[in-house]
Design a protein around this ligand. Sequence first.
Ligand code: NAD
Length: 257
Amino acid sequence: MNSVALITGAGSGIGRALAKKLASEGHIIAAIDRRDDGLRSLADEIAGKPYAWAIADVTDPPALIVATRELEAKLGPIDLLIANAGIGAETSGLNYNIDVMNKVMTVNLLGVSNSIGAVLPGMIERRRGHLVAISSVASYRGLPRMLAYCASKAGVNAIMDGLRVELAPLGIDVTTVCPGWVRTPLTEKLEGTLEHILEVDDAAEEIVYAIKNKLAFYAFPRMMRWKLGFMMMWPRSWQDWYITRTMNRIKMVGGES
Ligand code: NAD
């Protein structure tokens, strides 16, 4: 594979692991993050492989477009977008904070939309490309204390589903990836039982599997996919009971991550 992969949020966690894995498989890596430290150290880790990075906030469309054009000038047109940048923060109905709600939804939902907007016109012109969004199994239904996170990821799924139908005739693939828990800085602030948690390199392997096979929708790990798929067939009252039991085992310490 010699295609150019643009990864947002590539400085840390899943984005970083994906950058390393895809670079090792021959992709040319274009990395974007709001911070430069992770992107600089990533350069050392994938030394010798084609790589360029730019700082941009995915919530700032003009800055994101400038960064994308800069990276394309260096590396060539983007063939694969992995819209991965995201944040988590506790958002609860018992302490409803509009600012935090808006922030999480702006980064996680509008950030994905902005990232797509930066690359899609070029892909349509070239009649090829692959859009990938890192959603979450939290997109399946609303969870207590994760109101904005769940809403943002459900919104991502909706955009991707619609796009997939529209873009298929143009030769552009669309993949929604829904990881379960993955050990990254984002989950460091969670205490308690994170069921079926994966190491970040294992998560990157799962995501690359979905990308290579151009899957429409891929949730992992398998046990989480089965459990949640089964739960979603239950009446809402049973789901609420199960969710209360599961979420009571998790404590959020600290603020946004
Ligand atoms: P992380 O905190 O390790 O990495 C997120 C990266 O995104 C960071 O480098 C951060 O600087 C960057 N970022 C955040 N806001 C940004 C912005 N506005 N503009 C540009 N860059 C920004 O987190 P992670 O666990 O690797 O999460 C990556 C994605 O995976 C997120 O979308 C997250 O919701 C999703 N996800 C994570 C898990 C998990 O358990 N870790 C599970 C499911 C889905």
